[in-house]
Design a binder for this molecule. Structure first.
Ligand SMILES: *[C@@H]1O[C@H](CO)[C@@H](O)[C@H](O)[C@H]1NC(C)=O
Length: 216
């Protein structure tokens, strides 16, 4: 009740603000911190993407006719943390992924622990290097290479490490250490951690997602 009254006063005092009652705020492409979480919102600029940071580790994103975007919330630096998340993903029929996603430097690596993918399997054409059992499922391990592609260090050539969950889900716990250890055993060495987020990605598609991530 007290909260409602206070918010009503704010609403009356700041008519220029779109909606002070909404806890989701439109956020431009880039990186930063929001409500104690790191966020990254990257788009190659084609089509439209609306990304809103929300309370704690929550965000929502709606995209239309994009080429490629990746957005989400998490931490910087990444670590062997236990990451839980929940939400809704309205893109299961189009080209989109829900993943724990991050980067390292020295070597420059882009990594994905894919919880669910839509119409396109990101491991298509890649050689299966092994599997890892984690959090109630088997994940397939792959490595791919990107040549002269966008990265946290500008346009670069780098490897991507993948764990792809055989049984898709949207929501649960990801014990990141299990993947890092399995990758290392397979010869896939990460570098110094940069950011690590619960990412929604879209490729040549339209869709939407509302996600919330937290540690533990
Ligand atoms: C995640 O789960 C919590 C607890 O059930 C719920 O309050 C919250 O709305 C959910 N977040 C999303 C993005 O669905």
């Amino acid at each position: 009740m007290i909260g409602s009254v206070a918010l009503a006063v704010v609403a009356a005092a700041s008519t220029a603000v779109a909606s002070p009652l909404s806890l989701y705020r439109r956020t431009e492409p880039g990186t930063g911190t929001d409500n104690g979480f790191y966020y990254s919102f990257w788009t190659d600029g084609q089509g439209s993407v609306t990304y809103n940071n929300g309370p704690a580790g929550s965000y929502d994103v709606t995209w239309n006719n994009v080429n490629n975007f990746v957005a989400g919330k998490g931490w910087n630096p990444g670590a062997e943390r236990v990451i839980s998340y929940n939400g809704t993903w309205d893109a299961a029929a189009v080209n989109s992924y829900v993943s724990v996603y991050g980067w390292t430097r020295n070597p420059l690596i882009e990594y994905y622990i894919v919880e669910a993918f839509g119409s396109y399997n990101p491991s298509t054409g890649a050689q299966l290097l092994g599997t890892v059992e984690s959090d109630g499922a088997t994940y397939n391990i792959y490595k791919t290479q990107r040549v002269n592609q966008p990265s946290i260090e500008g346009t670069s050539t780098f490897d991507q490490f993948w764990s792809v969950r055989q049984q898709h889900r949207v929501g649960g716990t990801v014990t990141v250490k299990n993947h890092f250890d399995a990758w290392a055993k397979t010869g896939l060495q990460l570098g110094t951690h940069d950011y690590q987020i619960l990412a929604t990605e879209g490729y040549q598609s339209s869709g939407s997602a509302t996600m919330e991530v937290f540690e533990g």
